[in-house]
Design a protein around this ligand. Structure first.
Ligand code: ASP
Length: 347
């Protein structure tokens, strides 16, 4: 039986042994940093832009803003002003940004502004708010020196929109690799080739990026033109903190792409980060979040795509999607970056 005296004796001994024990403690593996991870194949080129900031010791927040800007100015079906419009023919942009101190900013339904991610950062840094939408967001952007661009569709978007108007059916085709045996154009295209199928049916994408800089500071950005031919006024997950993006400086960061309604319902990226807080690796956390998504959508999940990517403070990376076909790019240690295909719930 442990008497009070024997307990004291043992505890004194334990305290006196602790320096000896720490001599034998396994050293903690050094964190992999800087590191940047982005959604989809196009994430590789985006990471390269972030790397230019991260490599010389720059701030992760600057890195994820610059990387988002690099794709916003490309003509792509799914991000920036070159994106597909809503069903009334307007391109409306959603974006958000967050740093390691829970500072965050967001814009939704923003029209005719080239860099929604920079407007989101301005919201974060200069207003008492987190999120501005529509006309108000545009007014704020213009008042802060952002140029009001011409109200015009890109040639690709105009073509897709005209094609879509023939039937006017809202039937987004998700990035599911085996989707009815159709070949995504991107398979043959460059890094920013539109994710549209050869037969003209459309697809969607969001550029989500999470990064940790050399000082261990985390940040993330998320930018998109949203679901093609969505209802006027529809907002997806991408500008919603905790849905399309979440960063917790004490734990890790996560972002998503795919059917925004499903990610919002789940509180997706906040959930991924909370799983990590409770001990899951980024890979386990993304998988658990996808499993939860499938559980609450037992009938529909086979027909939509959602993918999560995440990193933690150790620089470990995770990704997981509902269906096959979700790719992501990882760049670290000046390795030039690599694209991976995420594991998925449905094989
Ligand atoms: N998540 C985006 C949205 O729902 C679309 C996408 O990632 O493709 O607007």
């Amino acid at each position: 039986m442990t008497t009070r005296r024997s307990f004291l004796r043992w505890s004194t001994l334990a305290v006196s042994l602790s320096p000896v024990r720490s001599l034998f403690a396994l050293p903690k593996a050094a964190a992999v940093k800087p590191i940047v991870v982005s959604t989809w194949d196009s994430g590789l080129a985006v990471n390269a832009v972030a790397w230019k900031v991260l490599k010389p010791g720059g701030y992760a927040l600057d890195a994820v803003e610059e990387s988002a800007k690099s794709i916003e100015k490309e003509i792509s079906c799914c991000v920036g002003l070159g994106g597909n419009p809503d069903r009334e023919g307007h391109v409306t942009l959603d974006a958000c940004i967050m740093n390691e101190k829970y500072d965050c900013g967001s814009v939704a339904g923003l029209e005719r502004i080239l860099h929604p991610i920079s407007v989101a950062r301005k919201v974060m840094e200069t207003t008492p708010h987190v999120m501005l939408i529509g006309e108000g967001a545009q007014q704020f952007a213009v008042a802060n020196g952002f140029k009001l661009e011409e109200d015009k569709l890109s040639a690709d978007a105009e073509k897709s929109y005209k094609e879509w108007l023939k039937k006017s059916e809202y039937k987004p085709l998700m990035n599911i690799e085996q989707q009815q045996g159709k070949t995504p154009k991107r398979a043959a295209g460059g890094p920013f080739a539109p994710n549209q199928f050869e037969d003209g049916s459309f697809n969607h994408d969001t550029m989500g990026t999470v990064a940790m800089d050399a000082k261990g500071r985390l940040s993330g950005s998320c930018t998109t033109s949203g679901m093609a031919f969505k209802m006027r006024g529809r907002i997806g997950d991408s500008p919603i903190i905790g849905a399309g993006l979440y960063v917790d400086g004490e734990v890790g960061a996560a972002t998503s792409s795919g059917q925004g309604e499903e990610v919002i319902r789940l509180g997706g990226t906040h959930l991924v980060v909370e799983f990590m807080r409770n001990g899951a690796t980024p890979m386990e956390a993304c998988k658990k979040a996808v499993e939860r998504l499938v559980k609450i959508n037992p009938k529909k999940a086979k027909d939509f795509q959602v993918g999560f990517i995440a990193i933690n403070l150790q620089g470990e990376v995770g990704a997981y999607s509902v269906n096959k076909g979700f790719s992501y790019a990882v760049t670290k240690a000046d390795d030039g970056g690599k694209v991976f295909m995420a594991e998925s719930y449905y094989k």
